[in-house]
Design a protein around this ligand. Structure first.
Ligand code: A2P
Length: 339
């Protein structure tokens, strides 16, 4: 019988943690024991895995004893404090927060792009899962970069509220209900109403005028693709969509590519589904991508404003490929090759 792994999910009651449990089940990860961890608030809760009710335990310093792989999605502060505790206990941490992503001793991994980087986990016992918007973008950039060299990327995102967590999904639903009933919508999670609106503001503003989310797309893309020469400029926008981040991407390549070349390259690349038949009104949408693990790409066209430019539109489920699926894929690489 193949080896079974003791797996912990830290933040199991959250939007991403819950999806991690489902991904482990759906992808039939060889789980011997599943330990579900959350805060005091979740004391007494049970979650279902393979038809079994598993009690949620309160996270503490002893939570990771005997654990082989710990999947974290409980916020940056919890990761900062407890990922080293888990690693010290002998677990390999796959962390979904931004706490460790730019640490030079922590690999930042998208399995379709840089699976070999997983080997670097031995230094700190931690592997970082990239930002959701970055993951789906680099899955598409990497094969194009290999074929023609990407010099510059300009990206605008349309990001679902689920990226902010369960509380933001509830806020959008409550605001829509209030508006429908003629009441004043209440904004607590976001600084302004998100229903019937959009906010060009994700994470905090930095001194250079970009937001932290936008700078994550710059720095994480360069780290994952191991090429600091790729220039990225991003505008990240929160939209009233539940699941699925969309991105309008404009690329400038070193070598000229036609739209047909890009379609051909992407049709053979891992983790991508081409959804590109404008004549029949076929293009990717968040509703189409929700619940899927593939990044969908369409609207591929040559940029009429520059010589070596390509425009395209891509969509992926931010909670699945943008978070839970990518983390479980990293766990699969660990199980296949390293543990
Ligand atoms: P809890 O449900 O007990 O608050 P989301 O991103 O959807 O808001 O979910 C965040 C997840 O992280 C939840 O599972 C939440 O647990 C967990 N979490 C947040 N803070 C802590 C903490 N200090 N210790 C343990 N788990 C935490």
């Amino acid at each position: 019988m193949s080896k079974l792994y003791k797996v912990a999910v830290c933040g199991a009651t959250g939007a991403v943690g819950n999806q991690m449990i489902q991904c482990l089940e759906q992808r039939d990860f060889p789980v011997g024991e599943l330990r579900l961890l959350a805060s005091e608030r979740s004391k007494g809760k049970k979650l279902t895995y393979k038809g079994e009710q598993i009690p949620v335990q309160v996270l503490d310093n002893g939570s990771f004893q005997g654990i082989d792989i710990a999947l974290f999605s409980a916020g940056g502060g919890t990761s900062q404090d407890f990922a080293p505790v888990a690693a010290e206990s002998g677990a390999v941490v796959v962390d979904n927060s931004s706490a460790w992503r730019m640490d030079p001793e922590v690999p930042l991994v998208v399995p379709e792009v840089n699976p070999g980087a997983v080997a670097g986990y031995t230094t700190k016992g931690i592997i970082a899962n990239p930002n959701c918007s970055t993951i789906q973008m680099v899955v598409v950039l990497e094969p194009i970069h290999r074929a023609a060299g990407i010099e510059r990327v300009v990206v605008s995102t349309y990001q679902a509220v689920s990226g902010t967590g369960q509380k933001a999904i509830v806020e959008l639903e409550n605001q829509l209900k209030a508006l429908h009933e003629g009441r004043e919508p209440e904004a607590k999670v976001y600084p302004q109403q998100i229903a019937w609106n959009l906010l060009p503001h994700i994470d905090v503003f930095k001194d250079n005028g970009y937001t932290k989310e936008e700078m994550k797309m710059v720095l994480e893309t360069q780290k994952i693709m191991a090429d600091d020469s790729i220039q990225v400029s991003a505008t990240c926008v929160r939209v009233p969509v539940r699941y699925g981040h969309s991105e309008a991407v404009n690329l400038q390549t070193r070598d000229k590519l036609s739209a047909g070349d890009v379609r051909e390259i992407l049709s053979k690349a891992p983790g991508i589904k081409l959804v590109d038949d404008p004549a029949n009104l076929v293009y990717p949408t968040p509703l189409m991508a929700a619940g899927q693990d593939l990044t969908m790409v369409g609207r591929i066209r040559e940029d009429i404003s520059q010589e070596r430019g390509i425009d395209l539109f891509l969509v992926a489920d931010n909670i699945r490929k943008g978070a839970a699926t990518n983390a479980v894929q990293i766990a699969e690489l660990l199980a296949e090759k390293y543990l």
